[in-house]
Design a protein around this ligand. Structure first.
Ligand code: C5P
Length: 243
């Protein structure tokens, strides 16, 4: 598809969005090497991350589409850029947890690694100023962030993402511990689409053999081998998706 890049719309912590010559339909998402954690209190760079995250999302989103999850992905444009459909972002982060790690260990004292019988869904209000606070369905309804029907769609799609990706990661020797998703309403049609990205920045992956984290926790916790872990996930997925 021939779309021309126009001016920058906004720069986030890990990505930059650019307008296109079809401003109501498409935008360009650029992946940076910048990494932040703890609501940007910790800042750094993960060399090569932008290209890895662009590639990973460019494999995973079309795969999810095939399994009935509509996404904003249109096509990969270059090493660090992809063309996406323009959406109005729903200000809710949905976290799906298969095992306890991170926030739920800290907040509720659930022992790290505890396996949940059913995936656990949590909602957070997307706000940098407030540090993405946890919210419930009552807040979502009361403040009109999503309708009841939309929230049902979000949860159904997030559940499907979990079912499909758990299998993919298991096949490449990784345990999908948890992940965060963001959704939007396509500007042109109002349809709910999976937006943002699916990358080791926004999920936890533990190596099935060693139990080692292979995701942004290596950066958050100063475990070393950050670039190597991202690259390893990239290579395993590359092999899986080139089958
Ligand atoms: O920190 P917490 O345990 O709640 O994070 C759950 C999952 O969601 C992790 O995989 C984390 O990387 C992701 N997450 C994210 N962006 C946030 C909060 C969490 O990608 N703002």
């Amino acid at each position: 598809m021939e779309v021309t890049k126009r001016s920058q719309i906004r720069e986030g912590k890990a990505k930059i969005l650019y307008a296109t010559d079809r401003p109501d339909e498409f935008i360009i998402q650029h992946f940076k090497d910048d990494a932040t954690a703890f609501n940007a209190l910790k800042k750094g760079t993960i060399r090569g991350k932008g290209a890895i995250n662009n590639a990973v999302t460019s494999w995973i989103y079309p795969f999810l589409e095939k399994h009935g999850v509509p996404t904003h992905f249109v096509q990969k444009l270059s090493d660090r850029e992809m063309l996406i459909k323009k959406v109005e972002i729903i200000p809710i982060e949905i976290v799906v947890r298969n095992r306890a790690a991170g926030g739920i260990v800290k907040r509720l004292g659930i022992p790290k690694g505890t396996e949940f019988k059913e995936p656990l869904f949590e909602f957070f209000y997307k706000s940098d100023e407030l540090g993405d606070p946890p919210i419930g369905e009552t807040h979502i309804a009361y403040f009109g962030w999503a309708t009841k029907a939309e929230l049902e769609t979000l949860c159904r799609l997030a559940g499907e993402v979990n079912r499909q990706l758990k299998k993919v990661f298991r096949e490449i020797g990784l345990d999908l511990i948890d992940f965060k998703l963001e959704f939007g309403r396509e500007v042109k049609t109002g349809k709910i689409l999976l937006a943002d990205e699916f990358t080791p920045d926004g999920c936890r992956l533990w190596d099935l053999k060693t139990g080692e984290p292979m995701d942004k926790d290596r950066f958050r916790q100063d475990l070393g081998g950050v670039e190597e872990a991202y690259l390893e996930v990239f290579h395993r997925l590359e092999k899986y998706f080139s089958k």
